[in-house]
Design a protein around this ligand. Structure first.
Ligand SMILES: NC(=O)c1ccc[n+]([C@@H]2O[C@H](COP(=O)([O-])OP(=O)(O)OC[C@H]3O[C@@H](n4cnc5c(N)ncnc54)[C@H](OP(=O)(O)O)[C@@H]3O)[C@@H](O)[C@H]2O)c1
Length: 157
C-alpha cells in the first residue's frame, strides 16, 4: 500500500525551487520515525535536494535517467504502481509535487503535517484532494517558534 507523507501550508504549498517551505524540527522527527524501516519513494528533484540517502530506509527514486546512488531507480512509474498498490507492505511516498500527484489516486493513507501559515513565494504544491472521500484523524498538534501545525492522518473511506 502507498502512504503519502508531506508537510503542507494553508495553500498546500510544499516547496520553493529545491527547498522545503517549512522546516519544523518536530515534523522532521515525525517523518524520520514514521518512515524508518520502510521503502521511501521520491522524485528526482526531491532526491537531488537531499544531502544523501535517507538512512535505514530503501531509497527509491523516480526518474527517466539512471540514479546509481539510489537503492533503486523507478523508470516505469505506471508499472511500479500497478505492481505495488495492493501489496501489504507500506511504501511511503515522500514527494515532491509531481510524485505526490502521480500516487495520490492509489494511496490508502495520507499523513499531512498541516501548517497554519502560508508561503507566498512557494513554487511547488501538494495536489488538491477531495477530503470528503477520507476520514480525518488528528495525530498531534504542535508549535515551533511562531508556526502552529497539526499532524493529520487521512484514510480513504
Ligand atoms: N513539504 C514536503 O513535505 C516536501 C516533501 C518532498 C519534497 N518537497 C519539495 O518538493 C519540491 C520538488 O518537487 P517537484 O515536483 O519539483 O519534483 P519531484 O516530484 O521531487 O521530482 C520530479 C522528477 O521525477 C521524475 N519523474 C516524474 N514523473 C516521472 C515519471 N512518470 N516517470 C519517470 N520519472 C518521473 C522526473 O525526474 P527526471 O527529470 O530525472 O527524469 C521529474 O523531474 C522541492 O521544493 C522539495 O523541497 C516538499
Amino acid at each position: 500500500m502507498f502512504t503519502l507523507i508531506s508537510c503542507i501550508g494553508k495553500n498546500r504549498e510544499i516547496g520553493r525551487g529545491k527547498q522545503l517551505v517549512f522546516n519544523i524540527k518536530e515534523d522532521m522527527k515525525w517523518f524520520r520515525e514514521t518512515t524508518t524501516g520502510h521503502p521511501v519513494v521520491m522524485g528526482y528533484n526531491t532526491w537531488n535536494s537531499l544531502p544523501g540517502k535517507l538512512k535505514n530506509r530503501e531509497n527509491l527514486v523516480v526518474s527517466y535517467k539512471d540514479v546509481p546512488e539510489a537503492d533503486r531507480t523507478i523508470k516505469d512509474l505506471d508499472e511500479f504502481i500497478k505492481c505495488h498498490k495492493d501489496i501489504e507492505e507500506e511504501i511511503f511516498i515522500i514527494g515532491g509535487g509531481m510524485i505526490y500527484t502521480a500516487f495520490l489516486p492509489y494511496a490508502k493513507r495520507l499523513f499531512l503535517t498541516e501548517v497554519d501559515a502560508t508561503a507566498d513565494d512557494a513554487t511547488v504544491f501538494f495536489p488538491k484532494f477531495d477530503k470528503s472521500k477520507y476520514s480525518r484523524k488528528v495525530i498531534k498538534k504542535g508549535k515551533d517558534h511562531d508556526l502552529t501545525f497539526t499532524i493529520v492522518q487521512y484514510t480513504k473511506k
